[in-house]
Ligand binder design. Structure first.
Ligand SMILES: [Zn+2]
Length: 373
């Protein structure tokens, strides 16, 4: 078998290891590692949680001794700096690795490549870029945060088959069935934050909580309750909505200076974060997302009405849309899902690329990447 096919096979196994951290590594990246010698896998490891051992160290420590001359397959460049744990390059060098094969370099422009250089300087052969696209999709939020200072933003929307999100009178419970609503719980669990708006919270009073346990998620530890980030330009929330009595931090983004309302929400346990206003006098979504990134939020899962959803798309801040389509029609008097300005030519359309489609209960789930035109 040619070397490249071998590398792909073992890297696929390392990626499988990394995926075990799908729900838990935040804000760190998901990373897996396998150690191979003479065609046999000696050890495997993955990064489980921030502050815990990295994948390479978990793999090394999973067996008594790694013989010298082994190949290390890692889905991300080993770290060479002292963070919460000692550098992985030291551990790989101490284990006497012959080759280190990585899927991708560290996306942090300040450290990217240094780990690989250090390995090479210690006589280790380094191969980079094996199954890179797969490794990138595993950590798209982490990568975007490191490279752009913004989180990956996914907008979830439940629509009737004719694209309607609510009746004309605003009633939207429930467009989709129970299975789809349970599926959304998994989207919440894999995200660093749930984003919504004061308008949605005041209208629907959602709990925006996580009701899945470690058993549901196949994890060893209970999932952390998600951060709920809310756009509340004028501080209209009262502090008695359901989200204030469910688990998880509440971060309220506002451009209001109303101290009384601010103090009330702080007393109710929320953090109130003042950001710049946009031209319309509402919270600047760019400023808000920049702040979320600075707070180590990799992936934002948005559950909101057509206003915020449309604004995120129009301002090119959303990366993905997850549409749940229910098999019924609400008619053209019902409300649409995305408030976008009126288009006058077809070339103004927002193009999407269909990445995944599947049936969830009686509903369809479409995952679409938003294309930049
Ligand atoms: Zn490391």
């Amino acid at each position: 078998m040619p070397d490249s096919a071998l590398h792909h096979g073992w890297m696929a196994e390392a990626l499988r290891q990394a995926r075990k951290g799908w729900y838990s590594t935040h804000p760190n990246p998901r990373v897996g590692c396998v150690i191979v010698k003479d065609g046999a896998m000696l050890a495997a490891g993955w990064h489980e949680y921030t502050g815990g051992p990295h994948a390479e160290v978990n793999a090394i420590q999973s067996v008594d001794k790694i013989p010298a001359g082994a190949d290390f397959y890692v889905t991300l460049e080993p770290c060479s700096h002292h963070g919460r744990t000692p550098p992985c390059t030291d551990a790989v060098i101490a284990a006497g690795a012959a080759r280190v094969i990585v899927a991708m370099q560290d996306p942090n422009p300040e450290v990217g490549g240094r780990g690989l250089e250090q390995l090479r300087a210690n006589g280790i052969e380094v191969i980079s870029g094996v199954l890179e696209a797969e490794a990138r999709s595993l950590n798209r939020g982490f990568i975007k945060r490191m490279q752009q200072g913004l989180p990956f933003v996914s907008v979830k929307m439940a629509l009737s088959l004719d694209g309607r999100s609510a009746l004309a009178n605003g009633v939207s419970k429930w467009i989709t069935g129970e299975a789809a609503r349970r599926d959304v719980q998994f989207l919440r669990a894999q995200s660093s934050a749930i984003l919504s708006s004061a308008a949605t919270v005041l209208a629907d009073d959602p709990a925006l909580d996580l009701r899945l346990t470690k058993a549901d998620l196949g994890q060893q530890r209970e999932p952390r309750p998600p951060v709920r980030a809310l756009v509340d330009s004028k501080l209209r929330l009262q502090g008695n909505e359901k989200i204030f009595s469910t688990d998880g931090e509440i971060w309220i983004y506002t451009c209001s200076d109303d101290a009384a309302r601010r103090n009330l929400l702080i007393e109710r346990g929320a953090q109130v974060i003042r950001v710049d206003a946009d031209a319309a006098g509402r919270v600047s979504l760019t400023a808000m997302l920049g702040d979320l990134s600075a707070r180590a939020i990799n992936d934002v899962h948005t559950e909101c009405g057509s206003g915020l959803a449309g604004a995120l798309i129009e301002q090119r801040l959303a990366d993905q849309v997850v549409l749940y389509l229910a098999p019924h029609l609400l008619g053209d008097r019902a409300r649409g899902g995305f408030a976008l300005g009126e288009l006058t030519a077809m070339d103004q359309r927002q193009p999407c690329r269909l990445c995944d489609i599947r049936q969830i209960g009686d509903d369809l789930r479409l995952t679409l990447d938003l294309q930049r035109n």
